[in-house]
Design a protein around this ligand. Structure first.
Ligand code: NAD
Ligand code: TDX
Length: 333
């Protein structure tokens, strides 16, 4: 794998994946294809030398452009998406276009140029679990998406499966749990609460705060994707998770503690419509079959580093913060 296309490489997980690749596989040349929506930032890739990275400002729905890039590539890791549930509830159209239409366009190019394709998806395609359910999601769990966002991700997974079976496209899929780490947009839960506190605003908790998310450090997501690229079986799906289940209230209290705030210094706000109760990943398949293990197993440590990153990089998030909070105010969130 010498020439790798990374779609959405200027976003949160895609840019961390590019840094991880540069640090661990410096012989790989990356071509980032990113439309630089509100969620993409070219600066996220700063530090990766030009010899290792070509940046292409463009849309994954642009067939001509995608064909041109795929004609010279060995592989593609597909991160590009509209990724935020709350936005999908207010304005679902771009989710359908990018997440379904964009994935279709890339699959057609992977088929035409026989490019190895890895599709990045989410545990949200499986819907949610009750808080007291002893089960976790596995690769066999039925698809049951709840939101416009997760339904478009589920549809994109189905396209990949069909292109593998019908056309023999050399593809794999991974469905990962909630990521945290540097470069995550301030609309998402952890960065929103950190930057609220740093800006003198109250953190905002939806519903009763007992919803559970299964947290994984973004670098562990990158190492898992590379494990699949190197050792994954074509046509297979792998769930990625790091045994990181925590309620939103627990996570918020950890952030408040780290930033020397009182435990109750937050506001309850309107719940997300259709809010999934709990996500939980059983990572047995990737750990048993591909021998992948997460490295960042201490969530409190990872959270501390993430808080420090936001404290040190105010100029990175400052510009997006105001517009994001304005959007949330309109939604009473
Ligand atoms: P993000 O919103 O931070 O980044 C998305 C990137 O895609 C941005 O750089 C944006 O400019 C780009 N993009 C959007 N539409 C595009 C288009 N039409 N053409 C080209 N580029 C476009 O998202 P993220 O949190 O980094 O998520 C990346 C991927 O990982 C998504 O596919 C998401 O579904 C999946 N995922 C995310 C999480 C998580 O916790 N954030 C967990 C599991 C899976
Ligand atoms: O201000 C907030 N208050 C709050 O209580 C925000 C922004 C969120 N929440 C809650 C909603 C969720 O229960 O926190 C939890 C996490 O919310 P998000 O960060 O929006 O993530 P989630 O909806 O779980 O989806 C994330 O993980 C799966 C990513 O955004 C998706 O792209 C990924 O597929």
């Amino acid at each position: 794998m010498k020439e790798l296309i990374v779609t959405g490489g200027a976003g949160f997980i895609g840019s961390n994946f590019c840094h991880w690749t540069y640090n661990n596989h410096p012989d790989v040349h990356l071509t980032v294809l990113d439309a630089l929506t509100y969620a993409g930032n070219r600066d996220n890739l700063r530090g990766i030398p030009e010899d290792n990275l070509t940046f292409v400002h463009g849309d994954i729905c642009d067939r001509e452009l995608v064909d041109r890039l795929f004609s010279g590539a060995d592989g593609c890791v597909h991160f590009a998406a509209e990724s935020h549930n709350d936005n999908s509830i207010v304005a679902p159209e771009s989710f359908v276009r990018t997440n379904i239409g964009g994935t279709y366009t890339l699959l057609e190019a992977a088929r035409a140029y026989d490019v190895r394709f890895h599709h990045i998806s989410t545990d949200e395609v499986y819907g949610d679990l009750a808080l007291d359910d002893p089960q976790r999601f596995t690769e066999e769990s039925p698809y049951h998406p709840s939101s416009p966002y997760s339904s478009t991700k589920a549809a994109s997974d189905m396209l990949v499966r069909a292109w593998v079976r019908t056309y023999g496209v050399r593809a794999t899929i991974s469905n990962c749990s909630n990521n945290y780490g540097p470069y995550q947009h301030v609309e998402k839960f952890i960065p929103r609460q950190i930057t609220n506190i740093l800006s003198g605003l109250s953190p905002k908790l939806y519903g009763d705060g007992l919803n559970v998310r299964d947290w994984i450090h973004v670098d562990d997501h990158s190492s898992a994707v590379w494990t699949i690229l190197e050792r994954g079986k074509l046509g297979e799906t792998y769930l990625i998770g790091a045994d990181g289940e925590k309620s939103n209230l627990e996570v918020l209290k950890a952030i408040l503690r780290e930033l020397d705030q009182p435990e109750d210094a937050f506001e309850w706000v309107r719940d997300r419509p259709g809010h999934d109760r709990r996500y939980a990943i059983d990572p047995s398949k990737i750990s048993a079959q591909l021998e992948w293990r997460p490295m960042h197993v201490d969530f409190e440590d990872g959270l501390k580093e993430t808080i420090a990153w936001y404290r040190d990089n105010g100029e990175w998030w400052g510009a997006e913060k105001e517009a994001t909070e304005e959007r949330y105010r309109r939604q009473s969130q």
